[in-house]
Design a protein around this ligand. Structure first.
Ligand code: PEP
Ligand code: MN
Length: 360
């Protein structure tokens, strides 16, 4: 697959002057629930109603979706509100049922994207239709696997394509349910600038109070749309209760989010500048995070030194660290002077930390 303008024709056809908004509950629960949410989203920035019909749960025993019955509710919601509809399909049977119920957009879930066999089965089932297919990133941070899934649809003749960034699983607990790893969608965007890129802040955040900031970062990075889990009673949702927001909150969010839209000659320049500044901000966040992690280990070593009655400063070890970092710096085109300055500062902070641990 090569980048081409055709990839975004379906998105341009919406004729929006703001990013595409896809909203709706994590899961369709009852007909009443889905219709109520759909009506609350009608006449807002939302163009597409989402609802999970079959829910892929990491562990059994959680709500696994209402099944094909819910497709009728989606269809009814479309008739009553004019919103387009989208749901997750995870096998050829789901595709056949979704097609039968006139679902407009099919999305491929993160747990499906990881499996080329299933993706191929779904691509074969969608072949010959003019459906829009959105491919969520795989649960593991693997750009090739993500792109590979998109390519299977492209090769099957599906050209109305897009990707959804929903973050990546980590064993280590982070501040997010799924770590964003922004560099991965950024790399994808650089390779395929015309492939619509949509953020799913809900599954990245895992909690509603972090959704806004994630959306703003995505807009600063020129994402094309947002898919936000929305429920009139989030706390009592049957799945993903912590991360859903009300249609009202979503509406307010779309007002508060800043779309950096500049017209004319400066547009390209500004877009590029904003994108790169956001990239730098994300790297700065990582630097702080790494320094924090480094200090935590330093504290633990401090406690160990205290227990074993060892002096804080160990010159031999320090010279080794410095020597290694100067070489690393050289490889990264950083001057020796700069590396020395940074590492002296880090070393001083480490000593301060250990002094504190030892004196406590
Ligand atoms: C969902 O969108 O409700 C969902 C299950 O998402 P993901 O595949 O990203 O986990
Ligand atoms: Mn969900």
């Amino acid at each position: 697959m090569e980048n081409n303008k055709e990839l975004r024709h379906w998105l341009d056809a919406f004729g929006l002057n703001h990013p595409l908004v896809i909203a709706g509950p994590c899961s369709a629960e009852t007909e009443e629930q889905l219709l109520k949410i759909a009506h609350q989203l009608k006449n807002t920035d939302t163009s597409v109603l989402r609802a999970g019909i079959w829910k892929p749960r990491t562990r059994p025993g959680n709500f696994e979706g209402v099944g094909a019955l819910g497709l009728k509710w989606l269809q009814k919601a479309k008739e009553e509100t004019g919103l387009l509809t989208t749901t997750e399909v995870a096998n050829a049977n789901h595709v056949a049922l979704a097609l039968k119920h006139d679902v407009d957009i099919l999305w491929i879930g993160a747990r499906t994207t990881v499996s080329p066999f299933i993706v191929q089965e779904i691509a074969d089932a969608v072949k010959g239709t003019d459906k829009i297919v959105l491919v969520k990133n795989p649960v593991n941070p693997d750009l090739a696997l993500w792109l590979g899934a998109v390519e299977r649809f492209y090769t099957a003749g599906i050209t109305k394509l897009g990707v959804i960034h929903r973050g990546f699983s980590t064993y280590e607990k982070t501040r997010y349910r799924n770590n964003p790893e922004w560099q991965i969608p950024i790399d994808l965007q650089n390779a395929f600038p015309d492939l619509p890129l949509i953020l799913d802040p809900s599954h990245i955040a895992g909690r509603r109070d972090r959704i806004f900031d994630l959306c703003q970062t995505a807009l600063d990075l020129n994402y094309d749309g947002l898919m936000v889990e929305t429920h009139y009673d989030p706390d009592n949702a049957w799945s993903d209760a912590d991360q859903q927001i009300t249609p009202k909150a979503l509406e307010q969010m779309t007002v508060d989010l800043k779309i950096r839209k500049v017209e004319g000659d400066e547009k390209e320049f500004n877009n590029q500048l904003n994108t790169m500044r956001t990239q730098i901000d994300l790297i700065d966040d990582q630097i702080m995070d790494m320094l924090g992690k480094r200090m935590k280990i330093v504290d633990t070593i401090g406690a160990l030194k205290k227990k074993n009655n060892v002096a804080i400063l160990q010159v031999k070890r320090w010279n080794e660290v410095l020597g290694r970092m100067i070489l690393e710096g050289e490889e990264n085109r950083l001057s020796e002077e700069f590396v020395l300055k940074i590492y002296k500062a880090i070393h001083q902070e480490s000593i301060n930390h250990q002094k504190k641990v030892i004196n406590d």
